[in-house]
Design a protein around this ligand. Structure first.
Ligand code: PGA
Length: 250
């Protein structure tokens, strides 16, 4: 099956206007990592997907989105479908981010249904999991992550349609990062769960680390076994910072 393809993905969250296309262009001009070394993805807000996809068309950067509805179309005011995002130029859709799970009450079942919608468009779902600080403090990290994966990841998952992002909730936007040993332990457990469920195919599914990834810690985090890339929030907004993280794969 081969090992997973590395992916460095930027999640812009609710940030960015059309003027921010300058940051994307600066990033395109800077990147020297080759497609063989790592895939690079930027997930701007919905309003910028189409414009960013146009700007990045001839580059190695792919454009994704941050959420989608589970249904293909219909009476869902304010929502957006995977097909619409594909039409706008997205290649990947982040689903089940902890901010969606918290702010919008998304359950594992919801995330599972959204993943199927992403698969239905032949796009790649970046399925996010991760424990809260309370769960970590009582020693529940591994069972919490395992149940999120079993509940959120569909049976049809493979290396082309699915990427897992392990993001400890307490590390997101806080500047706090788990120890290398903690990251190694969780990523190993996720890999074992994927292999036990999907066989050899589970070896090929990329597992990203996310939560306060910065240029200063990226190389260390990305060198941990079974860490196949990063999902980056705050540090993906500036071309210099994001390029400094991508550098881990140069
Ligand atoms: P952060 O966010 O890099 O700002 O911690 C990561 C994420 O939420 O994907």
């Amino acid at each position: 099956m081969g090992s997973p393809k590395a992916l460095v993905a930027g999640n812009w969250k609710m940030n960015g206007l059309h003027a921010s296309i300058e940051e994307l262009e600066a990033l395109i001009a800077k990147i020297t990592v080759t497609p063989a070394q790592a895939d690079i993805l930027i997930c701007p807000p919905f309003t910028l997907v189409s414009a960013f996809a146009g700007s990045a068309e001839d580059s190695h950067i792919r454009i994704g989105a941050q959420d989608c509805h589970a249904e293909a179309k219909g009476a869902h005011t304010g929502d957006i479908s995977a097909e619409m995002l594909k039409d706008a130029g997205a290649s990947h859709i982040i689903i089940g981010h902890s901010e969606r799970r918290t702010d919008h009450g998304e359950s594992n079942e919801d995330v599972h249904a959204k993943a199927l919608a992403v698969y239905g468009q032949n796009l790649c779902a970046i399925i996010c999991v991760g424990e809260t600080e309370e769960e970590r403090d009582v020693g529940d990290t591994l069972p919490v992550v395992a149940s999120q994966i079993s509940g959120s990841v569909p049976d049809a998952a493979d290396r082309n349609n699915t990427v897992i992002a392990y993001e400890p909730v307490w590390a997101i936007g806080t500047g706090r990062v788990p120890s290398e040993e903690d990251v190694r332990q969780v990523h190993k457990a996720i890999r074992e769960q994927l292999v036990s469920r999907f066989g050899d195919a589970g070896e090929g599914i990329a597992i990203l680390y996310g939560g306060s990834v910065k240029p200063s810690n990226a190389k260390t985090l990305m060198s941990i076994e079974n860490v196949n890339g990063a999902l980056v929030g705050g540090a993906s907004l500036k071309a210099d910072d994001f390029d400094g993280i991508i550098d881990a794969y140069r």
